[in-house]
Each structure stands twice: as structure tokens, then as C-alpha cells.
Design a protein. Structure first.
Length: 190
């Protein structure tokens, strides 16, 4: 069964490759602007489905995986910083706090099925000095990462704990849930 990842994220591509299924990659054209009053959980679930559906319209005979992630900070979505100053500001605000990262995955199929799952990972930041944050941001430049860090890299030094049912979710694609959705649709996985 043809499989497509609706993402150009190198992180998601590397994660999906772990399942050893052949897949193509397509960029989803989706407006990622949160809707007024939309919760972080609703936002990431809506966007994961929207990304999968956008690519499924281009590839109607294929199974398509979409995913989205956002940090939830003080009850609101916190996205990718985009630049150095915003990354530093995000990390300063999160210093000494626990932040929930919501990661949704969706699978849309040629038979009309639309399946989705959600993972929540709690990241506990240690108290961080501005100089530490600046050194980290300059070293890793996490401008394309929700929450301004890469947990799979040097960002791990920013935390006191990561609490999760699926360690891959924080990187951008919850593989435990993804594998379950794919098995449900008929893909053969161990």
C-alpha cells in the first residue's frame, strides 16, 4: 500500500523511517494559524488531519500521514520561534516551569478512513540563566522547533525531566501511535 508523509520536516522523516516502511514525502499546503479560542489539543489534531487530507487530495490512492505539534504554555499554543530573539524569549519564559507538548498524528486513507491520535509529553525545565539560554540557542539554533529546543540534541541539558509515554513524540512524530494507526489500516508491522 502506498504511504506518504505529509511533511517536509527532516525530524519526522527520520522518525517514520524507523518503521522500515517505504514512503514518499509531500509538502502539505495548510494554513497553520490557530482559530480563535482553539485549544492546543484541538489545534494540533485539526492540523494533523488537515495536512494528511491536503496531500491525500493530491494522492487519492495512497495512505497519508500528517502530524503537528505545539507547546502549551499558560493554556495557549506556543509555536516555533523563527529567530534567535524569540527563541531566547521562549526559553526564558519557560525557565523553571513544566510545559505540555501536544503532538497529533493522523492517517487518511483512500477508503475514506480518517484516524487520529494524540500524545502529551511534559517537559520540566530547570531554572535557566539568560547566558545559558543564549549559549544553547547559538549552539543549536532551534528556530524551527516548537518550544525553541531539540531534545534529541543539546537541548536535553535544559531539563530536569521529560515525562512521556512515547519518547519520539517530543521530536515530532509519536511512533507508538503512528504504528498503531498503520496496523489498524492494514500495514504489516512487528
Amino acid at each position: 500500500m502506498p504511504l506518504v508523509l505529509a511533511s517536509t520536516s527532516p525530524y519526522r522523516r527520520e522518525l517514520l523511517a524507523r518503521l522500515r516502511l517505504p514512503f514518499d514525502i509531500r509538502r502539505p499546503e495548510v494554513d497553520e494559524t490557530p482559530l480563535p479560542g482553539e485549544t492546543t489539543t484541538a489545534l494540533v489534531t485539526r492540523l494533523a488531519l488537515a495536512k494528511a487530507e491536503a496531500v491525500a487530495r493530491q494522492r487519492p490512492g495512497d495512505w497519508v500521514i500528517g502530524s503537528d505539534q505545539a507547546a502549551e504554555f499558560d493554556g495557549a499554543p506556543l509555536g516555533k520561534p523563527g529567530d534567535r530573539e524569540r527563541a531566547i524569549a521562549q526559553l526564558l519564559a519557560m525557565s523553571g516551569r513544566a510545559i505540555a507538548f501536544r503532538t497529533a498524528v493522523a492517517v487518511v486513507g483512500p477508503d475514506g478512513r480518517r484516524l487520529a491520535a494524540l500524545d502529551t509529553t511534559t517537559v520540566r525545565f530547570r531554572s535557566l540563566a539568560r547566558e545559558e539560554i543564549a549559549r544553547y540557542v547559538d549552539a543549536e539554533q532551534p528556530f524551527d522547533c516548537a518550544g525553541s529546543f531539540k531534545s534529541e540534541g543539546l537541548g536535553i541539558a535544559l531539563f530536569t525531566a521529560i515525562e512521556s509515554c512515547d519518547p519520539t513524540a517530543l521530536v515530532g512524530l509519536p511512533l507508538i501511535a503512528t504504528a498503531g494507526l498503520l496496523r489498524e489500516t492494514g500495514f504489516a508491522l512487528p
